[in-house]
Design a protein around this ligand. Sequence first.
Ligand SMILES: C[S@@+](CC[C@H](N)C(=O)[O-])C[C@H]1O[C@@H](n2cnc3c(N)ncnc32)[C@H](O)[C@@H]1O
Length: 228
Amino acid sequence: MKSVQTFYDELSSQYTDLINKCVPRYGELMYNMFHYIPEGCKPKRILDLGCGTGNLTDQVLKHYPEAEIDALDISADILKESQKRFMSQPNVRYIQADFREMHLAPGSYDLILSTIAIHHIPDEDKIDLNRDIFQALKAGGLFIFADQTRGITNEIYEKHISRWKEEAFKLGSTQENWDMWMEHQDAHDYHTPVNWHLRQLEASGFKDVDVIWKNIMWAVVWAGKEAI
Ligand SMILES: C[S@@+](CC[C@H](N)C(=O)[O-])C[C@H]1O[C@@H](n2cnc3c(N)ncnc32)[C@H](O)[C@@H]1O
């Protein structure tokens, strides 16, 4: 079986087009990643986990053009696409790393963000990732991520997948695209219920943990290093 790294290496040049045709209300999801950040919060150092071709990094640059941004991904080829996209941006640094071996310096980021990437690691690794993120945030730092989640029952989950298919076809996905995503899902995805994420974040020490937006199986989760 192909590794997740190889899958994204091979998909890299087509990724941006395909993801836009696959994720329902992707623009709205991105909007909500930033909408709930408190007005007074002016992050100087930001980490984008699983940056892909830079769809989230692009939004970070629009909201915080002065910030130093670390864009991290396991796939070298997808990072190259991101590098091409932000060639004129000296404040974006690229890191090729696995979420499970990031070695982030303690207290180094004001804001850690991620869109549609954390479901690529199993639940036990997500728990370690939460701990790594907690220690890598500065006091008062925020962790906000969007991801594909699992329904709380199998029936809800199956209905999420069929709703997703309906919406992906409306966005222009073909049967071939859909089959490719489903094969990838079977091989590389570990969807987890939203309430599992909330419990684990609290167990890792995060405060004010909340779901700030959800559509079908995509949720945006907000967590603070300290209570506000
Ligand atoms: C669906 S893409 C999301 C990309 C981007 N955040 C976006 O919104 O378009 C998932 C990304 O996570 C990366 N990824 C998957 N597993 C990873 C891991 N274990 N460590 C680091 N990155 C990983 C993939 O290479 C891919 O670029």
